[in-house]
Design a protein around this ligand. Structure first.
Ligand SMILES: Cc1cc2nc3c(=O)[nH]c(=O)nc-3n(C[C@H](O)[C@H](O)[C@H](O)COP(=O)(O)O)c2cc1C
Length: 325
């Protein structure tokens, strides 16, 4: 399949694996790129330029196909060394950067000069338009369904994607709630040029996370996620568990007085415990409503091939069939 996204990124299938903290290591990124999509290493999981350079080198050793690095811009008092991280991305020959969390304008000259394509992930049409204005090459439009940070507008993809299509001129991919060939065809029908998946890629053989995480996603239904940190205007969609219930009880009790320090135990530093050790109740971890559509743990290649075959069958058999006498 050829779309503006496959052309822009030099990939075979219009499928991207979004950056995911403590999931987006070289093993997963390389598997997605080798399967014909675009795999993405999560920059901040590595944290320092040296460690990220090492992860990029590992990925380069595992694939000859293009892959990307996610740079999430967080509102912290002690920001990571972003210029250093970008320098090792450039030196490592990475072709694509997925930005998220904040406006990447200040980093665009450095990235542009190196010929790197920038896909900005955002949750509203106004942020997507801003990304277009500052010269991003594409956007990833994250609907309310998504795992991670859906923003504060709560617009689901059935509205958000056609709205984005009406306003944008640069290519964009759908993100949030995407799992299969139906998701891809629906995204294309609504004007997107491809799709981005997070949660679906965690439940694959190559995702380098504890088996308990994959089983938790397979066991979960579409009713098993919760929104946390809304009172802090830092909403995150996470898998429900006892830590999340504790966190939500604190939010309800403290109301407008809630501070980050009140919930720090349930959210800070929990990813290694969950993703590496499989301690599923250690805290709040991002997960999309799409868990309800995930029932198996295929290899990345099986998943991508299945999505493309299903999309082909929907377009050429199901849709075509509607027009036969
Ligand atoms: C466990 C997990 C961790 C994530 N970490 C990040 C991150 O560090 N930076 C980022 O930009 N997005 C992050 N995301 C969001 C994904 O890149 C993607 O936008 C989202 O998962 C899409 O929704 P879906 O899960 O319904 O496919 C994360 C998502 C999950 C599920």
């Amino acid at each position: 399949m050829k779309t503006r996204i496959t052309e822009l990124l030099g990939i075979e299938h219009p499928i991207i694996q979004g950056g995911m903290h403590y999931v987006g290591f070289a093993e997963l990124a390389a598997a997605v790129s080798n399967a014909g999509g675009l795999g993405i290493i999560t920059g901040l999981t590595q944290g320092t330029p040296d460690k990220l350079a090492n992860e990029i080198a590992r990925c380069n050793a595992m694939t000859e196909k293009p892959f990307g690095v996610n740079l999430t811009f967080l509102p912290t008092l002690t920001p990571p060394d972003y210029p250093g991280l970008i320098q090792v991305i450039i030196d490592g020959g990475v072709k694509v950067v997925e930005t998220a969390g904040n406006n990447p304008a200040q980093w665009m000259p450095m990235l542009n000069e190196a010929g790197i394509k920038v896909i900005h992930k955002c949750t509203s049409v106004r942020h997507a338009l801003k990304a277009q204005t500052i010269g991003c090459h594409a956007v990833s439009v994250d609907g309310f369904e998504c795992g991670g940070h859906p923003g504060e507008d709560d617009v689901p993809n059935f509205i958000l994607l056609p709205r984005a299509a009406d306003e944008l001129t640069i290519p964009f991919v759908s993100s949030g709630g995407m799992a299969d060939g139906r998701s891809l065809v629906a995204s294309l029908a609504m004007g997107a040029d491809g799709m981005n998946m997070g949660t679906r890629f965690i439940a694959t053989r190559e995702a380098p996370v504890h088996e308990n995480v994959k089983q938790a996603i397979v066991a979960a239904s579409e009713l098993d996620t919760r929104l946390v940190m809304r009172p802090l205007r830092n909403t995150e969609r996470v898998m429900n568990n006892p830590a999340v219930e504790r966190l939500l009880a604190k939010e309800a009790a403290l109301g407008a007085d809630l501070k980050f320090e009140d919930i720090i135990e349930e959210v800070a530093g929990v990813y290694p415990k969950i993703m590496m050790d499989g301690d599923m109740d250690a805290g709040a971890w991002s997960c999309g409503m799409v868990a309800g559509l995930i029932n198996d743990i295929p290899t990345v290649k099986e998943l991508v091939d299945r999505i493309m075959a299903e999309a082909d069958s929907i377009i050429h058999k199901r849709f075509q069939g509607f027009y036969q006498d």
